[in-house]
Design a protein around this ligand. Sequence first.
Ligand SMILES: [Cu+2]
Length: 148
Amino acid sequence: MKNGFMFALLAFFTQVAVAEIQVTEAWAKESIPGTNTSALFATLYNTTRKPTELVKVVVEGVDKAELHTHNEQDGMMQMRRVDAIDIGARATVALAPGGFHVMLFQLKAPLKAGTDLAVEFHFSNGEQVAAVAKVVNPHQAGEHQHHH
Ligand SMILES: [Cu+2]
């Protein structure tokens, strides 16, 4: 059943041909043991001359995904839910730790580093873009970047 469902998802996703919004470098954090939340990031590039907005993200195996931003309040970094994330004409917006991100709630199973997640980004211009997010352990990824 699971494989059949996955295949149907992939078949559906590959029908999306030339995307006006390009989604690259999609990744999600490995979930912390004992939690059922995580966060997902990506780089979004609007190739068109019209501004658009990211309005919704659908993630395989996740019941609820919210768009969040971080802002500083009384010297503390806090997360806040936003309805949409603006992407200007020919602009690139990076969802990254400490800034915009997609918060994942009610994971059906923990996210494990090294696995892939099927993700669909929905934009206010009606476009839906499929992407594959790599699940990464941020601590391990950080260690690889250290060159002493
Ligand atoms: Cu958040």
